[in-house]
Design a protein around this ligand. Sequence first.
Ligand code: SAM
Length: 279
Amino acid sequence: MNSSQRPETGGALPPHPTLRRYYGRDADRPRFVRGLFDSAARDYDAIEGGMALGTGRWYRREALRRAGLAPGMRVLDVAIGTGLLAREAIRLTGDPLRVTGLDPSAGMLVEARRQLGVRGVLGVGEQLAVRTASVDFVSLGYALRHLSDLTVTFREFFRVLRPGGIVCVLELTKPSSRVGYAALRIYMRRIVPMLTRLRTRNAEAELLMRYFWDTIESCVPPARILAALDDAGFEDVRRALAIGLFSEYTGRKPGPSQVPVGPARREDRDNFFVRKMRR
Ligand SMILES: C[S@@+](CC[C@H](N)C(=O)[O-])C[C@H]1O[C@@H](n2cnc3c(N)ncnc32)[C@H](O)[C@@H]1O
């Protein structure tokens, strides 16, 4: 990307504008989001499995593998939720004690601890209660839209990684094709909230799904996210896109790698499922 194409960066970067129909001021957003996830925690896995948009275990595991997660690495999974991504990280590292999860929702964290036996830290991505240069891999699965500031959060990711460490952010991105976008919009706006309500009988879970789509629709474009990772200090920052919808942002902290098994980040060629995106 040349400098004229590069979006302006450096200042605060909220992932989306204020969504006033859900919360009045930006300052109220963290409490609103925490409340939503606390109330939906017990139903989250059912909702996720039902709408098939978290893409299931196989995709999460393959995305982590593509990013370079390998046995022996120490992982921090930010926004662990009920542990859907952390579960796959454990499979790849081979040890639950090597994976630490962090989340501001006590309800979600309780589920993750119960299901996986991982160490759980109550906290937010913007201010990690984790030692500097103490992990080899930081993951963030489907939670970028819930952060208050990507600039601050990516700097925190950079701080806690050891030299050579890897950041991997998985997130849904609006399809660029008009047909794909229109189809997803109908599915996410109309069908998913209705199915969620029927399946869970939980009004908060339905609200979560409505909020989910509104944050995807108003999320900053991939170029801003890549630029924020660059600005935080990461090198070799890239994005791959699976089935036109699932973005995988990765980068590496410069310096000699102390990663136990060596950086296994895969140089996948494009295939029908995943496309490396030009910046
Ligand atoms: C959609 S869930 C993702 C769970 C999991 N990573 C996965 O792959 O399914 C989003 C999670 O982000 C958490 N979250 C919200 N705001 C956050 C913040 N500021 N920092 C870290 N996590 C946050 C929520 O509590 C929730 O558990």
